[in-house]
Design a protein around this ligand. Sequence first.
Ligand code: APR
Ligand code: PHB
Length: 391
Amino acid sequence: MRTQVAIIGAGPAGLLLGQLLYRAGIANIILERQSADHVLGRIRAGVLEQVTVDLMDECGVGERLHREGLVHQGIELLFKGARHRIDFPGLTGGKTVMVYGQTEVTRDLMAARAAEGLPTVYEVGDSVSLHGFDGTSPQVRYRHGGVERQVDCEFIAGCDGFHGVSRASVPKGAIHEYEKVYPFGWLGLLADVPPVFHELIYAHTERGFALCSMRSPARSRYYLQVPLEERAEQWTDERFWAELRARLDPQARERLVTGPSIEKSIAPLRSFVAEPMRFGRLFLAGDAAHIVPPTGAKGLNLAASDVKYLAAGLIEQYRERSAAGLDHYSERALRRIWRAERFSWWFTMLMHKFPGTGEFDRKVQEAELDYLVHSRAASTALAENYVGLPL
Ligand code: APR
Ligand code: PHB
């Protein structure tokens, strides 16, 4: 088959891009390794910057988000047994974030794509291969239903995540990778219990980091920093709740409602950036090009800003026959990516207990937190990065 843009991956990046291109009259196909149910079964983060909310509206899929999403006007930092609020609107001239699970973002985008009958091929497994993207007639080959198929296209968007085929298809000498792996993981638990607080609580404690988040007023999401060698199977619900209690302040401990987990998993933390993000007619977007530790809740939001830049470049190419947007895509996206990488790294280094570091490092972390919550300048820096820097 022939199309204008072949998109690899039906995660948030691929689905957002497919929707923006469709609404601009640009034909596209999405090839996805897994089934739609598998994609929807992933439990990922849930904090949307205004940029991402606006992009969902631009895609025409914002209705449920505005109906069910929770507008959050701040977060709480817990350290030395006390909580301190970071007031987003007060520090950023009115900005807020929206709490709405990535699963729901994906669900809304998948439903819109299906309703419009746009070509989406699920369960292609690892059959996708990219060809000719250094020329003017790229091709994507894949196997589906036991049949080898080929997509002749004009551009390829690699939206296939950190373990995808797109970045792996780039000649080694053409790409430079930057990486930092953190010496711990996050054990996440999802439960149908009311959240301990109406805003997120980020806790820095001598036992390690904890995060109290949510998906709705009836569904909570909690995280505990755990050593890298831990396995989720080693954590019964009881053990998780007891450790979370031990990391909370007395008021939160008192209010915590526990219940059976509906999901429990451990995710490693890494910072990663691949430069550049363009290779001829192949463009990388989202986790295919970069990874952030979840501390700053930037992963989904960076995928959204990449897609906004890439869609604008492709639309300019087709409408005005100008390559300017595509020529500047990588540089423009990477500037925002590195700012988010820095913020996510900074917040991770501040909030976690690092094995092998001594008392001095912990006292410096506590001093920085004390400064942060008592300095308007420092709190503003946190708030403006958390709600999302301008595009
Ligand atoms: N062929 C086709 N599809 C693939 C391939 C492949 N070889 N490899 C991976 N995929 C699919 C994955 O199954 C996944 O559905 O690409 C999709 C990539 O989606 P994400 O990993 O969600 O990445 P992205 O869309 O960039 O969204 C970034 O998702 O993972 C979170 O924390 C991350 O919030 C961030 C957001
Ligand atoms: C989540 O709700 O899953 C979440 C929220 C904020 C983060 C990370 C994860 O920083």
